[in-house]
Design a protein around this ligand. Sequence first.
Ligand code: GLU
Length: 471
Amino acid sequence: MSGHISFFDSVGNYVDKAASFTDIPPGLIEQIKACNLVLRLRFPVRVGDDYEVIEAYRVQHSHHRLPTKGGIRYAESVDQDEVMALAALMTYKCALVDVPFGGAKGGIKINPSKYTIGQLESITRRYTTELVKKNFIGPGIDVPAPDYGTGPREMAWILDTYQAFRHGEIDSIGCVTGKPVTQNGIRGRAEATGRGVFYGIRECMRHEDDMKKVGLTKGIEGKTMVVQGLGNVGSNTALISQREGDVRIIGLSEREGSIYNPKGIDVEQLLAYRKANGTIIGFPGTEHIGGPLAALELECDILVPAALENQITSENAPRIKAKIIAEAANGPITADADPILIQKGCIILPDFYINAGGVTVSYFEWLKNLSHHRFGRLENRFHHDQFNGFVNKIEEMTGKTVDKREREFLTRGGTEIELVNSGLEDTMITAYNQIRDTLKDHPNITDIRTAAFVCSLKKIASDYISMGIFP
Ligand code: GLU
């Protein structure tokens, strides 16, 4: 919550602001904003000799495209408002990156570290059973995925439970995404959100004019970055930005506090250090600068809040010094902090764009599941032979020889991970440029978030209109 506005209402306020730049009828905007279905569950789990009542939700925000899609989070912060807001963001996110799904989200109000693996399995299986009973899950209905506090292990439990009820349903493996690769998952899904964050920031920084406005040179290479949260999204963003973008990671924060080294922190070594010691504090060469929020206030080019919502508020926003903020988490900037940062001239890459890599690769996984084959399997050998033929012809025509390594590179078909990453890269680049074009078309829009909402709204509205529901 930010001030008196709920998270769900603050998403609605952003939509209203964006809607004023479109000619979408107000009634249709109301329909787009509304949460279509909210499932509120209470079920017991056995803990020791007693039982505990578990509070859980699944929200399907919009059915303009089916199935609905979105992660399931396990966190103590979960409540109906949060799940509704996150489900709504999924709708706008999918539309923005042309993933043909409606938005959904699930949540279980638990701190997973307080339960044994066996208890977590019982909770996950019981939750899935409830979703099956209510017809709230299925490859054509609603397809969950990982989110904060869940991962491939939970997705495997969900798949197994679903299949126990739907034995013989041919597309049942598409009932959930983010599964382990060995359980019909797809390569590249685990790091997809962080990789997408990297592609999005890189694309934004490619535009010289935009960078000039914030006093930066073009290009991500050599720029400084601070990352808050070293979960799946934060750690992959930091790792990939360092390895593939030559970015200098100068600050990092986790639950236990923030660390700083202006010369740069080796993320791989830092992650290994945290695994061994249970903390990032004390990592050689770094200074402990304060609690988990301290890193947010460091002077840097790019700030990546990748923890939970409501981290940058009207209280700390005036002290933020970053030029670009990439909202890797959902809702890390509160509604009252947003204008303060814009006023300061900060570029904000909004959550429903910058963290869309996860759902994008989930879509690829779902397509793989429904097609029942691995991408590239049918055509790779064919392309290899065809490209070999081209190279032979070129050699024949030019009288020159293509060396062995070059020939190998030119004639091989893409592997699954290469195809996934190139599809993800293309998606993030295309969506960014759509947002940028919208900004150009609407000189009165001054921030990327509003422009991104305009893009999503137009696509969703056109779906409704073509369904004949609205004239
Ligand atoms: N939980 C992720 C998100 O917020 C991924 C959702 C999905 O893959 O369906 O976008």
